[in-house]
Design a protein. Structure first.
Length: 131
């Protein structure tokens, strides 16, 4: 199945933004924590793109990274415009993606429940003698 123009634009934006942020931006707020672009959602008219990011670090690092990205949105858009991959670059909006943290919390809860369940079901020596 062929990808739609919207999907191709989102994929290209994600890859190009990653490169521009990594190579061009020198903002220390973006290097304090590990920054990942988790998703890009492009509006149906291709004029707006919401860029979802995840930052490994404390709450302060996350807030600082978002402020830096939002402040650099114009510079990022201009740099993307200079690249040949785009006819026009959508306006960029940055949002924090909590899905990775949420997934890690769920995984941790599942592991904890499994450990507790295993501790409750430790073989009772009296059951082994009855067998």
């Amino acid at each position: 199945m062929a990808a739609t123009r919207k999907q191709r634009l989102a994929e290209t934006l994600r890859a190009e933004l990653y490169e521009v942020i990594r190579r061009e931006l020198r903002d220390p707020r973006l290097t304090e924590g590990l920054l990942s672009i988790t998703d890009v959602d492009v509006s149906p008219d291709l004029k707006y793109a919401t860029v979802y990011v995840s930052v490994l670090g404390d709450q302060h690092a996350k807030e600082d990274a978002l402020k830096a990205l939002r402040g650099a949105a114009g510079v990022l858009r201009a740099e993307l415009g200079r690249r040949k991959a785009f006819k026009s670059v959508p306006d960029l909006q940055f949002r924090y993606d909590e899905s990775i943290e949420r997934g890690a919390r769920v995984f941790s809860l599942i592991e904890q429940a499994a450990r507790e369940d295993a501790e409750r079901h430790v073989d009772d020596p009296s059951e082994e003698q009855a067998s």
